[in-house]
Design a protein around this ligand. Structure first.
Ligand code: CU
Length: 263
């Protein structure tokens, strides 16, 4: 055999990749991984639409979509990890002092490259999608800002107060008219709180030193929860109240009943 032949016989990266995929441990782990990925992709879509809080605003819809997409992106990574774990678990033998082990993958260039490129692409997709959603929601808020109804939200240990400056109403329940943009100006009189009308998809800090703002447009009639999402002392867990998205007529009636003047 000449020197030239022996160089030709060296396995190419392609050969190493092909051999890697012929290994029974790799085949079994891959099959488990694909099954786990499939389950997470199906459950990801179902979970958020079935068990997450009701979607009552455009922002909540965007958040739900974001969570479903992020679950799908994470599914293959979870699939690979659980696939290998399942293979290891099912192939253990009683009395083994060491778990079954194969050749190291860290010297397998093509596999390391594949793993790095795929996970980088998944992470990049998550970043780009997240930034795009954030941007489109700020554009929508800016568009709505002019005709938005202003509600001043004040957090105090351990009560939420909602003031409607243009309507002359103050309430401890957050009433909102449907399909009308609303801007929350959020403050605190004591410690840091976090204003969280759950089903509206809004969560924003309530600070004493600086006002924060958030916008949304409620688009579904019904009650929603308002909670505090920042540990703020002894009764933090009880710092909650209810809100309701109402028809415009019902909202105006409520305003009048509270002694205010309807818009
Ligand atoms: Cu709190």
């Amino acid at each position: 055999m000449s020197e030239h032949d022996s160089v030709d016989l060296k396995p190419t990266p392609g050969d190493r990749l092909a051999n890697f995929y012929k290994r029974s441990d790799v085949i079994q782990s891959t099959i488990f991984g694909v099954i786990v990925t499939g389950i997470f992709v199906i459950l990801g879509g179902k979970f958020y639409t079935k068990w997450m809080p009701t979607v009552m605003s455009t922002d909540m819809k965007a958040i739900e979509r974001l969570m479903v997409v992020f679950t799908w992106i994470a599914a293959p990574v979870c699939g690979v990890v659980l696939g290998v774990a399942l293979y290891t678990f099912l192939n253990r033998h009683s009395g083994d002092t060491q778990p079954p082990d194969g050749p190291a993958t860290r010297t397998n260039g093509p596999i390391v490259l594949l793993w790095s490129v795929v996970t980088s692409l998944l992470a990049l997709t998550a970043v780009v999608y997240g930034i795009t959603e954030l941007n489109s929601s700020s554009i929508a808020s800016a568009k709505n800002a002019e005709d938005a109804m202003v509600v001043n939200v004040t957090g105090s240990q351990w009560v939420w107060t909602f003031e409607y400056p243009k309507l002359g109403v103050t309430s401890h329940e957050l009433m909102l008219p449907i399909n009308h943009p609303v801007t929350f100006h959020v403050n605190s009189v004591d410690v840091n709180h976090s204003f969280w009308p759950v089903q509206l998809g809004v969560k924003v800090d309530a600070n004493k030193v600086a006002e924060t703002t958030a916008e949304t447009t409620p688009n579904k009639l019904g009650e929603f929860d308002v909670k505090c999402a920042e540990l703020c002392g002894l009764y933090h867990a009880y710092m909650e109240t209810t809100g309701e998205v109402m028809t415009v007529d019902d909202f105006n009636n409520w305003v009048v009943a509270q002694g205010g003047h309807s818009a």
